[in-house]
Design a protein. Structure first.
Lengths: 612, 370
């Protein structure tokens, strides 16, 4: 193949593919049941944002309860109806809110909204593919998520309330409607919804993996892939291996609930009667749940870290430091994520010897995580940093990742975990390292790739305001929770007035709630910016951040098929920023070494360079 | 009416903000600041990050020092003192890492902000550096794991033979405790035997049940090992006694346990804190439904002598529920009801027996069985 045809300007080269892109599709095929990965990505994004607003709003209601325990909630009655009685939030509804907030944020926002959006959007664009391996499966994947969303949404409006046993839905609480009303129809719908969600995740994951393995453009070897793609790839593999286990757990729980089996239930006396269940083990469910639950943390986090790697490198105008170490640490994290699950269960009564093993394995995971953090920091060192909103969110992510990740070292220590398990210390830990970090990764991704998604720019000023309020706000919300946690305040408590040891910190709880309200409200700056800019934003040029990756070689509004004409060939890795000798501070992946003799390192020659 | 006014005000505020936003955009277009690679805001954000870090760390140090009395109640168990030490040792290492890495992050961001004629340093990797910062955390983790493992094994090892055994049971939404009585043996139980009077499901075909008693507070002797046999009868609960650094789930169908040695009586701690109303408490830390936040139970730590006295004064369940037990007791055990000193088997142990060689051997065999 002649190199001239596949260099940067190949997109003006009209090929036979061209006509194919302009085949007329009906509106429904184009925007509703679309098989175009870019449209599906946007569908995931819109759905994710919608769920984030719901999930966030729920947290505000319970933050009001915690921060202002004596305030009347009558004004919420038009919204919540009978869940407010005599100005007080119903304690069961409080639990339902906590449960739904967790479920929505972990699964619908940070799994579907994050992976779904960016894996779909970036995989074909960054590896140089026309679309996903199977557009149809991809469409199915989104609509299974849609179905799952609808079912979960319906459950919120049930008279008996949605599931309310915590997002971990430990039986027997989640199995017995006598124990809490949310375990009635609400839990049935939760399980149904999650079953569809798992199907959606699996379909998506299979597609991501297949696409990355099979559809990379010429020259895009594994070690030339941007770290985003590596992150999505590893995430998809983790998801594929762990979600089926949650499915199994959910299925067995359904059997216990509806068909009288005793997988998780035993020796129960409730509501005046002894149940017939014997021989089951509630701890078994916890093992199954956390076998997904812990990898899930990395399913949520790794894509955000991938996005951050890309954004930090681009905006530091430097190669990501330790590209291979980044990949290795992600692989190590992925592997370890499967063998640390029982650190959530040190005090569940499982054999203490297991605790020892899991403590050992858990603390190992700190090593690759530390490597990642150090590599981000070193990438900034001697860079030429441009603070785009995406860059600020990425730096914020790294800060959250460090601050929240470190406390994991204490929680992973079984002996220290005795006191801290299920207290606000855990809440602080995972909201920083998993919640906020991933959320910032998602926002960073939106700010960075918005021009590619919609051909327009988000407004910078609003982006900056959004960043500063969110960044300061999130620290103000979650940092104080460490103190409350060390003091022993248990999670999922409706009120702290019942105990002497939880009498203090009322002022701090109020402070946290106010910070949460401000932070949540600030997100509407983003929502406004997002919607406004889709229609009225400044028009983007083809490579606004002067980035190396392939997506910026597509037309500003890429059609179905992404590239007009041939797909560009890749000649180099994606991190040739500020290469010594080069005139520009970036060299896109599709520029052959033959074009850049002034900056090539000794070993950098095109495999077919002699042709030139 | 006020609602309407607030609504109108909100709309107006929104309109004003929108207008400002629009004007600012147009001004930027006029100034041409969009065509520059970076504008003045780049400096602002670089500085902002450092200022945020400085103020943030300041607040962190300030609050950590003023709030000390609130955020860690004194440990009053032998293992608790040790895990507290471990917590603070680990915490110091973490705080060091937290401060240093965040400083690097924000200071680098500030120092290497975009400058027109600068070019970033092409620095793709450095194996030596990467090796160093892989190995150092690995060593620190190895030390922490070893430290944690030592403490954890100590806490979870077999309880001493002379431990005071008490059963604690979680139900929606209360804790209940059962003492073995004079024979030092808890009677059998089964969940099918639970009813409104017999909350524990105590089996009255077992002779050992007849002297069990269920007080409304958990009395324990200072300085003696106490073994809690933990169970739940409906859903998961978790025994959490924050002052004793004690937590263990209560699982229906799977009894669990936790043993510890209390080191301070309630009286002593009340004097120390200058709070005559202070009580050690048990809370529930596994979400269990509506009343999860209100499962309070009081622990009273007393001197061993006082404990012995209190123990012998307790009325047994049978004494308090004669009619009920009559309906459950098998014929041969009916004579046990209503006697102040029912003839009982020799107690397996006295209240605080001296550990002798035989029991140590028994201890070992029990371990092997496990």
């Amino acid at each position: 193949m002649d190199l001239a045809h596949i260099s940067t300007d190949s997109h003006i080269n009209h090929s036979h593919d061209h006509d194919h892109d302009h085949e007329e599709l009906s509106w429904i095929q184009k925007y509703i049941f679309s098989e175009d990965h870019k449209v599906i990505a946007k569908q995931y994004l819109f759905m994710g944002i919608m769920w984030a607003i719901f999930g966030g709003a729920m947290s505000l209601i319970f933050r009001l309860q915690l921060g202002f325990p004596n305030a009347s909630m009558d004004w919420l009655q038009p919204l919540l109806g009978d869940w407010i009685k005599e100005g007080k939030l119903d304690p069961e509804f409080y639990l339902a809110l906590v449960t739904m907030h967790g479920t929505i944020m972990v699964f619908f926002v940070l799994t579907a909204g994050l992976s779904g959006t960016f894996s779909n959007f970036l995989i074909p664009l960054q590896i140089g593919a026309r679309d996903m391996a199977s557009g149809f499966l991809n469409m199915l994947s989104f609509w299974f998520f849609g179905l799952s969303s609808i079912i979960m949404m319906v459950s919120i409006f049930l008279e008996t309330g949605p599931a309310s046993g915590g997002w971990v839905i430990y039986p027997p609480l989640s199995a017995l409607p006598q124990a809490v009303t949310g375990s009635g129809l609400g839990m049935t719908l939760w399980l149904t919804s999650m079953a569809f969600f798992i199907v959606s995740s699996l379909l998506g994951g299979i597609n991501y993996i297949t696409t990355i393995i099979n559809l990379r453009t010429k020259g895009m070897s594994f070690f030339r892939m941007p770290l985003t793609i590596w992150a999505f790839f590893i995430t998809a593999v983790i998801g594929l291996l762990s979600f089926p286990v949650l499915f199994a757990a959910a299925l067995l729980l359904i059997f216990d609930r509806s068909f009288g089996t005793s997988f998780f239930l035993s020796d129960i006396y409730i509501a005046g009667e002894a149940l017939q269940h014997t021989g089951g083990s509630p701890v078994l469910f916890q093992h199954l749940f956390w076998f997904l639950g812990h990898p899930e943390v990395y399913i949520v986090l790794l894509p955000a870290l991938g996005i951050t790697s890309e954004i930090i490198a681009t905006n530091s105008r430097k190669p990501i430091f330790g590209y291979k170490a980044m990949i290795l640490s992600m692989l190590a994290i992925a592997f370890l994520s499967f063998i640390v699950w029982a650190h959530h269960m040190f005090v569940t009564g499982m054999n203490p010897f297991l605790g020892t093993i899991f403590m050992f394995l858990t603390l190992i995971i700190a090593v690759p995580s530390a490597v990642k953090a150090f590599n981000y920091i070193t990438t900034l060192w001697r860079g030429n940093i441009i603070f785009t909103p995406a860059m600020l969110f990425s730096i914020g992510l790294v800060s959250f990742f460090i601050s929240g990740g470190l406390t994991g070292i204490i929680l992973g220590n079984a002996a220290a975990d005795i006191q801290l398990h299920d207290t606000y210390f855990v809440v602080a830990h995972f909201h920083l390292v998993m919640g906020s970090a991933s959320f910032f990764g998602m926002l960073a991704g939106v700010y960075h790739w918005f021009p590619k998604m919609f051909g327009r720019m988000l407004d910078d000023t609003l982006g900056y305001i959004h960043f500063w309020i969110s960044f300061v706000g999130i620290y103000m919300v979650f940092f104080p929770l460490h103190y409350i946690g060390i003091a022993g305040f248990p999670r999922r408590y409706y009120s702290f007035t019942g105990f002497d040891f939880t009498r203090s910190f009322t002022d701090l709880n109020t402070f946290v709630s106010i910070a949460a309200i401000i932070t949540f409200t600030a997100q509407f700056i983003f929502v406004f910016n997002f919607i406004y800019s889709i229609f009225k934003g400044r028009k983007a040029n083809s490579n606004p951040w002067k980035s190396n990756t392939l997506e910026w070689t597509t037309p500003i509004h890429p059609g179905h098929g992404n590239w007009v004409g041939e797909i560009p060939t890749v000649y180099r890795w994606s991190y040739d920023y500020s290469k010594p000798g080069a005139s520009e501070d970036f060299i896109p992946q599709n520029v052959p070494y033959a074009h850049t003799p002034e900056s090539n390192l000794p070993n950098e020659v095109d495999p077919v360079a002699h042709k030139h | 009416m006020t609602g309407l006014l607030i609504g109108i005000a909100a709309v107006l505020v929104f309109a004003i903000l929108l207008l400002i936003f629009r004007i600012q955009t147009l001004v930027n277009v006029m100034k041409g600041s969009y065509t520059n690679r970076v504008n003045s805001s780049n400096k602002f954000h670089a500085l902002g990050l450092v200022i945020f870090m400085t103020i943030g760390l300041g607040l962190f140090f300030w609050y950590s020092s003023v709030a000390t009395e609130h955020y860690l109640p004194k440990a009053v168990s032998e293992h608790g003192v040790k895990t507290d030490l471990m917590f603070w040792v680990t915490m110091s290492i973490l705080c060091f890492a937290f401060i240093v890495t965040n400083i690097f992050l924000f200071v680098f961001a500030f120092k290497y902000q975009y400058k027109e004629n600068n070019k970033a340093f092409f620095y793709p990797d450095n194996h030596k550096l990467e090796m160093i910062w892989t190995v150092i955390p690995a060593i620190v983790m190895a030390i922490l794991v070893f430290y944690g493992w030592k403490e954890w094994s100590e806490i979870t090892k077999q309880e001493p033979k002379d431990a005071v055994v008490i059963e604690i049971m979680g139900k929606q939404f209360a804790w209940q405790v059962r003492y073995p009585g004079k024979d030092m043996t808890l009677g059998n139980y089964h969940f099918t035997k639970i009813d409104a009077s017999n909350e524990f499901g105590v089996d009255f075909t077992d002779k050992a049940s007849y002297d069990d008693f269920m007080p409304t507070e958990l009395y324990i002797p200072k300085g003696k090992p106490v073994l809690l046999r933990i169970r739940a009868r409906d859903v998961l609960h978790s025994v959490f006694a924050p002052h004793f650094r004690l937590k263990m789930d209560a699982v229906p169908g799977m009894p669990t346990k936790f043993w510890f040695v209390p080191t301070k009586t309630t009286e002593t701690i009340r004097e120390e804190l200058g709070n005559p109303n202070f009580n050690y408490e048990i809370a529930c830390t596994e979400v269990c439904g509506r009343g999860h936040f209100a499962m309070r139970f009081i622990i009273k730590v007393v001197e061993p002598d006082e404990y012995k006295k209190w123990y012998t004064e307790q009325k047994t369940f049978v004494d308090l529920n004669k009619d009920y037990v009559l309906t459950k007791a098998p014929k041969e055990l009916i004579p046990l009801i209503g006697k102040d000193n029912p003839p009982i088997d020799e107690p397996k142990q006295t209240l605080f027996p001296v550990v002798d060689t035989i029991s140590t051997i028994a201890d070992t065999t029990q371990k092997i069985k496990l």
